[in-house]
Design a protein around this ligand. Sequence first.
Ligand SMILES: [Cu+2]
Length: 411
Amino acid sequence: MPSPIISRDPKTLAADPSFLGYVCQFIDPPKSSGLLPTPDWIPPDGSRLHPAFPTRKFTTFAQPDRTPITRHFETVKKTMPDGQDVEFWGFFDPKIPGNSYKFPSDEIRLVEGQIFHGLLGGIKKKAHTIHWHGIEPTSQNDGVGKLSMEVGGEYIYQWLASAAGTYFYHCHRNTLLHFEFGMYGMLLIDPLPPPRKDPAIPFPPYPAGGPGYVRRANTVVKYDKEAVWVLDDVDPLWHLLDHDAAMSSCDNLNLDANGNPVGVNFTSGGGLNVFNPAYFCISGVPHPWTRNLPTDPVNPGVAVQVKAGKTLLIRLLCGAYSLNKCVMEGLNAEVIAMDGRVLGQPPFTKYSRPFTISAGVPFNLTAARRFDLLISPTAAQIGTHRFVVEFQHHVTRQVMGIAETFVNVVP
Ligand SMILES: [Cu+2]
């Protein structure tokens, strides 16, 4: 029997007795309250709610009260395979004892239907934001610099995790540069398990690396192993630039041909049009260390091991500025979601459905694209299968470098 359809519409979700999440209603605090005018602002004590829109109390599945996620800003120097040190910037969870920023930023994992509270803080100078790429919050909570506030102190972003899928978060101030510096991390939203779930799989959010459940068309399917691979190219010269280098400024003085303000003005001298990456990474690991297993004692890599007969979910994100030509050798991969959206999910079955990329057939990803791939290797496929990415110049298509890793199918 197929699993029930779980709608993404918050109103339907709230009415569905099988849905265990809580749904936020938008409220608008009165201007006289002195509160931030965010339409979806939720008072910490649950008071001051608009009487017409009673907001159910936020909760998580594991804890009786809301659990805000905190991200602080930090910089780190990372030694690359050629011995050069490169500075990276990013976010980390300061609530984990002894934790610090490692490129890329700490993963965030939620459950479909949860209300998310993300506190951005620890910014000592200048400003940053967090944009929740693929999520659809109000403008105030979208973290896009210039369109909403840039955070110099502290801000709590709030939104509803309405659709399970693969997303990422990143700074959106002087975006091109700050993203290159490493100011991004994965943002994963898990679906609830099917009614008859495998008792061996914990309740969501599922553990990083698997096992868990993922949406596939109209159902929720199990995976045994999970790999999250973020493709990224690093130009070390960009990592010597200043916070505001080449940043456009607001400009209401210069007018365009129609007499409207041009809005942006590249005042800092020089743009970020020259990009010559020297390092090619998967999930922060530069090639060739990418080839190693994560358990490698010297240079942990991103290769993944899966048993024949089991299912591997690969969440692939292009965090690069070059065009990424990807090839999975020896294994077919079914694309079940793109850009955080499930393929073939009603009522959109007319427009999309999961499809298979045959072993060895290349596919291209460009900046910010995400593919969720399901791979089910058979006993006949026991062995080592190469996954290789060519980083092609965004204009000339010249291959600037590669990153390579493996799927090891074991008995
Ligand atoms: Cu930033």
